[in-house]
Design a protein around this ligand. Sequence first.
Ligand code: CP
Length: 299
Amino acid sequence: MKSLVSISDFKVEDYLNIIELAAQFEANSYRNLLKGRIISTLFFEPSTRTRLSFESAINRLGGNVIGFADISTTSSTKGESLHDTITMVAGYSDLIVMRHPLEGAAKYAAEISPVPIVNAGDGANQHPTQTLLDMYSIQKTQGKLDNLSIALIGDLKYGRTVHSLIMAMMHFAPHFHFIAPPELQLPKEYLQILNDKNIPYTLHDDMQEVIPEVDIVYMTRVQKERFSEPMEYERTKNLYVLRNSMLDGAKPTMRILHPLPRVNEINTDVDTSPHAYYFEQAHNGVFTRQAIISYLLDL
Ligand code: CP
């Protein structure tokens, strides 16, 4: 039985297999591989893309979905523990997709669950299925994963998609550029990993200076829900706003990714730019999540 808790649970070979499988699902999305199986989607934290793309993926594979999108409708509100919830739901389904606000919640669930757990985001820690769809999007737009220059911009401290993407892409000889206010820069433990592996990176506070250099601009939202101090959020929320006028010197092949949702950090005048790829990226989530489920269940 395999779970996907951290992007580091997978090796390079797994990343490439999932990307190849996702391409096959994009070419032929409706298949009955999950007929007779039940998948649970337990969202203890809000979601639009992750939950609905998982549910679209499951439906396209002929499976059945049970679950919840709002914990206020569950017995968690009566004090039921995560342990008991997972133990119950594992008896109702063949695989559990879960999002939880606490870092480590998915790891804990995987330790006690008799069915595979897929981490759909645990606090500020990891979002491995987002990373796999990001990698699929990078492969589709750049034709490769190797030797790319990647700018990550915004909330690099709390951004779980950033943390997972760095851990995966570090295997493909990247050059990273980290652009964030000092208080939202990438946590030291990630910089230490890159140092240990001699992976080049630069820290910036001006995003305009890196745009002409890079193949991928990965924008992120400043995550209001992670701040304990509201003033810190107010001070940082609009520091990095990407506008169409800033893209003049970009490489023609440069693409802008964003895990979404966005708030203000990408102006809507970017949406019609040939560099914008974030809505297609979100659509790629369906095929990538079909690939992840079929890979974990050996379908
Ligand atoms: N990218 C992402 O995780 O979006 P949702 O929060 O809408 O699932």
